[in-house]
Write a protein that binds this ligand. Sequence first.
Ligand SMILES: Cc1ncc(C[n+]2csc(CCOP(=O)(O)OP(=O)(O)O)c2C)c(N)n1
Ligand SMILES: [Mg+2]
Length: 299
Amino acid sequence: MNVVAGKRGHNVSRAQLADRAMFVRLETLRLARICGAGHYSSTFSAAELFAALYYAHLRLDPKDPDWPDRDRFVLSKGHAAIGLYPILADLGYYPASKLDNYTKLGSDFGDHPNMKHIPGIDFSSGSLGHGLSIAVGMALAARAQKRSYRVYCMLGDGELAEGQIWEAAMAASHFKLQGLVAIVDRNQLCIDGQTEAVMGIEPIEQRFAAFGWATQRIDGHDFDAILGALGKLAPAGAGQPQLIVADTIKGRGVKRMELSLQWHVANLAGQDYDEAEAEIRAGLQPRETSEKKSGKAAR
Ligand SMILES: Cc1ncc(C[n+]2csc(CCOP(=O)(O)OP(=O)(O)O)c2C)c(N)n1
Ligand SMILES: [Mg+2]
């Protein structure tokens, strides 16, 4: 699928976006199989966010990856790059065949993204806690160069335990970086368990609001909600930095992985791989948790 180069906000149907989120999950399985392990569940929670951002929202030009006016995307939770690489290939940043050697010796495509080797990657992330500071710097650069691009930074919820995130949050509001958009993949788990048991981060919006941010909270698997929140963002300029907390489910799309600590990094094998693939191809099943409780219709 093609984005309209250089334009923010593309007319893409929900069905097309759901198809691309499925593509992200299927490709994650395929690449993890090549590697022998993968961050499945961290990618599955972000699949709808990735699809909405890259196919329906960001201002990009895959033919000109270094275009100075492009929107920036910092994947601060760099371990989910396995789900982003296939999108960049699909959009034409590089041939899809480049992913066939994912993580093999000599490949440009490692577990974490390398901005020096991969067109479309704006920051070499992986060490958690740095991304928001980098994004602050990019937003300041936009101002210095009088450019109108936004900087989007996707953070893990466990990652919010890193102190540097809060230094960046403070700097962003001090410098009134309205063009900065932080998106928290609130998938409930960090590497050691539930975030609220390991290092509580709630109430996230109130905390960021106290730091001077404008906030929204949405269902991060619902395209209407994601596109609605992205559509409400204020333009780059002098004002409040903007936060979107996306409530998601770690491992969403493959039942055995959902909210399971075991699947943070793991390897499917043989029949398990086929079963997971079939489950993903069947599409997202209604959730048993909040959706059922609230009586919300299945998608
Ligand atoms: C500074 C740093 N410490 C530890 C790690 C190892 N690590 C990789 S993923 C991860 C868990 C991250 O949890 P969260 O931010 O909630 O992301 P999720 O995978 O749930 O999306 C950890 C601790 C790291 N990459 N960087
Ligand atoms: Mg998490």
